[in-house]
Design a binder for this molecule. Structure first.
Ligand SMILES: Cc1ncc(COP(=O)(O)O)c(C=O)c1O
Length: 303
């Protein structure tokens, strides 16, 4: 791969002692790369390598109109000069959508498909037709959630082990659970998986994907209503964290995940003296996408 300028291993920063007596750390996956860092890079790495070794013609993937995954795939493929196609959920085309403008400018061909077709993916005649028109397409599933994505996410735990601090707990936000499953599978540390999307099958997905001797639990109380639901408490928290800690939290995943980590500390969920590591999974383009849709000044995330 040609990709350079990647910051690996991603840095682990000490954020100091929380009033509960817990030592708080953050793994800055967002710093891996400005355009496709975070868990997006972890999930893409082995998919890109497979594309390059497999003699494929096009990388094809799926995502919603504000998807972090679409944004990251477009930028990584631009750097790697890989022809790519994004199949976008929904036929409404918003010419001002910042995620899709950037993806198109990066060279991704965007094809809008109906929500019904999107649900069926390769099961639909329409998607099969699109694929059949490409000479040798390589399909990366929505969000990069395949075995290659899982393998890349396991490297987060390898880096934590190599760093040398013995953490007592890891906290990570989850959507589909691929990132968390990769981390848990390669870790001996208890992992708290924050179900920020209110995904009803998260426990089942993790149970199916990680060895049974691993220690993990799903934390269910911090979804703020579910996918893309944001309230004033969350926005104020995100804006306060950017002043206090100097990093940005996206409102879909890390705002809720980091809120959960601090709230659990405040509630005594971790013993005094414990070392807790939060995995900041990136998603910064999600802030621009959120602010674009945000209608109230008080709810804007400061960047
Ligand atoms: C920034 C960010 N963090 C976390 C997640 C959740 O990852 P997963 O679907 O692997 O649980 C996503 C979605 O892929 C994301 O974009």
């Amino acid at each position: 791969m040609q990709l350079d300028g990647l910051r690996l291993p991603s840095p682990i920063e000490a954020l100091g002692l929380h009033p509960s007596g817990v030592e708080l750390y953050v793994k800055r996956e967002d710093l891996i790369h400005s355009a496709f860092g975070g868990n997006k890079w972890r999930k893409l790495k082995y998919n890109l390598l497979e594309f390059q070794s497999g003699g494929y013609s096009h990388l094809v993937t799926f995502g919603g109109p504000f998807s972090n995954h679409i944004a990251a795939v477009a930028q990584a493929c631009r750097v790697e000069k890989i022809p790519c196609v994004g199949l976008i959920r929904g036929t409404y085309v918003d010419e001002e959508n910042p995620t899709l403008i950037a993806a198109r400018q990066a060279g991704m061909q965007l094809i809008h498909i109906t929500k019904e077709v999107y649900k069926q993916k390769e099961g639909s005649a329409e998607v099969r037709q699109i694929l059949s028109e490409l000479s040798r397409p390589f399909v990366v599933p929505e969000g990069g959630g395949n075995a290659l994505g899982l393998k890349g996410c396991a490297e987060i735990s390898d880096e934590i082990d190599a760093h040398g601090i013995a953490f007592d707990a890891v906290v990570v936000p989850a959507g589909t659970g691929t990132t968390a499953a990769g981390i848990i599978a390669a870790s001996e540390t208890e992992t708290f998986v924050v179900n920020v999307l209110k995904n009803p099958s998260l426990v089942d997905v993790l149970t199916a994907q990680v060895p049974s001797d691993k220690q993990w639990q799903v934390v269910s109380d911090y979804h703020f209503g579910g996918f893309a639901k944001v309230n004033q408490v969350l926005v104020d928290f995100i804006n306060a964290c950017s002043v206090e800690y100097g990093f940005l939290l996206d409102p879909i995943y890390n705002g809720k995940g980091f809120y959960a980590a601090l709230d659990m500390m405040g509630r005594g969920r971790f013993p005094q003296g414990a070392k807790v590591l939060y995995i900041l999974t990136g998603g910064l383009q999600g802030i621009a996408a959120y602010n674009y849709r945000c209608k109230r000044d008080a709810m804007v995330i400061q960047v």
